[in-house]
Ligand binder design. Structure first.
Ligand SMILES: [Ca+2]
Ligand SMILES: [Ca+2]
Ligand SMILES: [Ca+2]
Length: 268
């Protein structure tokens, strides 16, 4: 996330008489993709709408099949070997220069305004390493021309499938999903509104900023170096990226999923 946005959100939450906000209602890890309690959809309202990538070099060099690139986010299909694999090491592998550098920024444009009920993001890796995790920010626009809109007002930031931060106090920052055979194959986050209404109204476009999430040991890392910005795990920024195998979005005026809690993380 960008630090300045964090302060804007603080001020907004203080100024609202009754608090309502986007919330993460499901954070879940699955030992297989099928083990997730919610499966990716081939009939959601984003299905078939192709993403437009607005950051340079969003794809990992081995991800060369168009079916594994933009199309993979919204094709209604599940995980494959390279499905939606984002680029690594945007500022070098294992260096501290990856701080706050997104792996990829994707936008979707709608032909008419819609209210947004719920967002779901699925990532995974048959390799059972740190690429199963994800970390993203979401912004939406009501601009009649969503292509080229600023998207400078965030809807929600720091969406993750497990708490980021220091192990022992609720975080996965140092442990994560160790390299093969790590326990988990996939992860899911679901976002809707805690007041029971739409996440946003009159939306014409959505931007998701995906961050690099891991290191070569499978740890789940945030996007800031130790002690910098919004660092939550005391470690350097991640430099390996996830395989985003589906992004589901549902139009409507009410949440679809009630809070369901989390997978049992006591394994850690
Ligand atoms: Ca879908
Ligand atoms: Ca897919
Ligand atoms: Ca960090």
């Amino acid at each position: 996330m960008k630090a300045k946005f964090f302060c804007i959100l603080c001020l907004m939450s203080l100024s609202l008489a009754s608090y309502s906000a986007p919330r993460i209602v499901v954070q879940e890890l699955g030992t297989t993709t099928e083990a997730l309690t919610i499966q990716h959809s081939d009939s959601d309202d984003l299905n078939g709408i192709l993403a437009v990538m607005v950051s340079p070099t969003p794809w990992h060099p081995v991800n060369t099949n168009p079916a594994d690139q933009e199309a993979a986010f919204t094709d209604g299909q599940g995980l494959g070997g390279l499905t939606g694999l984002l680029n690594d090491c945007l500022r070098g592998c294992g260096t501290s220069a990856n701080q706050n550098v997104p792996a990829a920024v994707a936008e979707w444009y709608f032909s008419e305004p819609h209210n947004i009920a719920e967002l779901r993001v699925f990532t995974g890796n048959y390799g059972h390493d740190g690429r199963i995790f994800h970390h993203y920010d979401v912004a939406m626009t009501t601009d009649p021309f969503p292509e080229g809109a600023s998207y400078d007002v965030p809807l929600i930031e720091e969406v993750t499938p497990v708490p980021s931060g220091i192990p022992g106090v609720g975080g996965f920052g140092l442990v994560g999903n160790p390299n093969s055979p790590g326990t988990y194959e996939a992860s899911l986050s679901v976002v809707n509104d805690d007041a029971g209404g739409p996440l946003a109204e009159g939306v014409t476009g959505m931007r998701i900023t995906f961050y690099q999430v891991s290191n070569t040991a499978g740890a789940f890392r945030d996007d800031w170096n130790a002690g910098e910005g919004d660092d939550r795990d005391g470690q350097d920024a991640g430099f390996e990226s996830p395989l985003v195998y589906e992004v589901d979005l549902f139009f409507g005026n009410a949440p679809i999923t009630n809070p369901t809690g989390v997978t049992d993380w006591s394994l850690y």
